[in-house]
Design a protein around this ligand. Sequence first.
Ligand SMILES: [Zn+2]
Ligand SMILES: [Zn+2]
Length: 142
Amino acid sequence: MKGACLCNGVRFRTHGDTPNFYQCHCSLCRKQGGASSNAATFVLEENFSWEVGQEQVSRFTRESGFTSHFCSVCGSPVPNPLRDTGFYWIPAGLLEPEPGQTVVAHIYTASKADWESLSPRGQHFAEMPDFETMFQLLHQCL
Ligand SMILES: [Zn+2]
Ligand SMILES: [Zn+2]
């Protein structure tokens, strides 16, 4: 799959299977994206490559370790390595959509904003399920 930020200055590609998406409803993702939740996926590090613009990526890390990587020109959240897991985190909205992709999980639903109505589509988790569960859900064959 191909992906790009709002200004098109940061571009990347994923290889391998076409992943599904999850949405995180935690208060940090809410601040980061300015919306009720984010939508994202993970791919194996070896299935991710930058095309251009890696040098225009800035980052912000909170004391807790929560890190946000974003395009320093347009502010879009951009992919980043998921700590030391061997995976890359990818914001769904940057990807060119492919048929069949869907939201398979909602996480941190216990922290959702009072003003948000949760979609019934996908599994709901009050917090973060274990990584293996998430990975299986995201990479079920489409
Ligand atoms: Zn940009
Ligand atoms: Zn979150």
